[in-house]
Design a protein around this ligand. Structure first.
Ligand code: XMP
Length: 323
């Protein structure tokens, strides 16, 4: 539409002014927001943009390979960084949600700083380092720290940023909601798999493990999540459901029976929601047979998970994610 085209052109102009003949890196998450932000900046400064995707070890099953395939088609320069050990080591012993978010936000920035030097070499005296982020209006509002904001949780790309940030930020979507971002994405001709991808938080599965994040717990959750997503897709519900977090209650155990033995395993929670903009959400009335398939498969196929529960809380009073 006319408005979306306007937004793009206005942003392209602003970015050209801001960056001059400088260079920028874009924090690409695999999601629609950072993809659209990158596409706008690529329009503005062309090959002086390098996209950096960080695998922090808390992505979903097969996600990094998928992102690499999809994004190499669209972006000229894509740098994939394996930083799993760095992030997971930094999270050792941490259970408190805000602390997790701040650590993840900090490690992202450290990784982008290293990528900046690797890709562009050491900065010249007085040269500005630019970082493109796909920050949306709701991320800003819910992270607090300004007029009209609340302090619900520190989104990794806003309230989770370290105080000594050396980057100058470029955030072309900072005033937009997700439906507007999708419209811009379509306008820019991005593939519909990218534009209509369900939201996934930057901190990834790290904020879907209630308790400490460990490699073993991540593996469990990845398996359960892959099953849930596969069944949602098979039921043809991807576009009806805004997103469906699967949450591992890692510090909880319950007694079960399987085969002819007792089990003492962990519960997972499935949290399908519908929403317009993630500021509010309703729990989704998934068909019972879909819930049943998800439950049966997860308890059969994921060792150590012996119970599947359904979250029937709207936002408010819940948030979409559990942390
Ligand atoms: P909540 O849990 O606040 O989530 O209801 C609203 C939307 O934001 C996503 N989310 C995040 N996205 N970084 C992100 O990029 C974050 O730190 C973050 N925290 C939540 C969440 O998945 C939902 O779509």
């Amino acid at each position: 539409t006319w408005t979306m085209l306007n937004i793009v052109e206005e942003q392209v102009e602003r970015i050209r002014e801001q960056v001059g003949d400088g260079r920028a890196i874009c924090a690409l998450s695999g999601g629609v927001d950072s993809a659209v932000a990158a596409a706008i900046v690529q329009r503005a400064i062309g090959d002086r943009l390098t996209c950096v995707y960080v695998d922090h070890g808390m992505m979903r099953l097969g996600e990094t390979e998928q992102v690499r395939r999809d994004f190499e088609e669209v972006f000229d320069a894509l740098d994939v960084v394996d930083a799993a050990d760095q992030f997971i080591d930094a999270l050792a012993g941490v259970s408190e949600p805000e602390q997790k978010r701040k650590i993840i936000g900090r490690e992202f920035i450290r990784t982008f700083e290293a990528a900046q030097v690797r890709v562009f070499g050491d900065a010249d005296e007085g040269e500005t380092a630019y970082l493109v982020q796909g920050t949306l209006y709701p991320d800003v509002v819910e992270s607090g720290g300004g007029a009209g904001t609340s302090n619900i949780k520190s989104h990794h790309n806003v309230g989770g940023l370290p105080d000594d940030l050396k980057f100058e930020l470029i955030e072309p979507l900072r005033t937009l909601f997700k439906d507007e971002v999708r419209a811009v994405g379509e306008q820019l001709g991005l593939p519909s798999t990218m534009v209509w991808r369900q939201p996934f938080p930057g901190p990834g599965l790290g904020i879907r493990i209630i308790g400490e994040v460990t490699r073993e717990r991540l593996d469990l959750l990845r398996e359960a999540d892959a099953i849930a997503r596969e069944e949602l897709t098979r039921a043809g519900l991807d576009r009806d459901i805004w997103q469906m977090p699967v949450v591992l209650l890692a510090d909880v155990r319950s007694v079960g029976v399987q085969g002819d033995g007792r089990t003492y395993g962990h519960p997972v929670v499935i949290r399908p929601v519908t929403s317009e903009d993630a500021m509010t959400a309703d729990w989704a009335r998934l068909p019972y047979d879909v819930i049943e398939r998800i439950s049966t498969r997860i308890t059969n196929e994921v060792a150590e998970v012996n119970r599947v529960t359904l979250d029937v809380t709207s936002k408010p009073p819940g948030t979409i994610e559990w942390e």
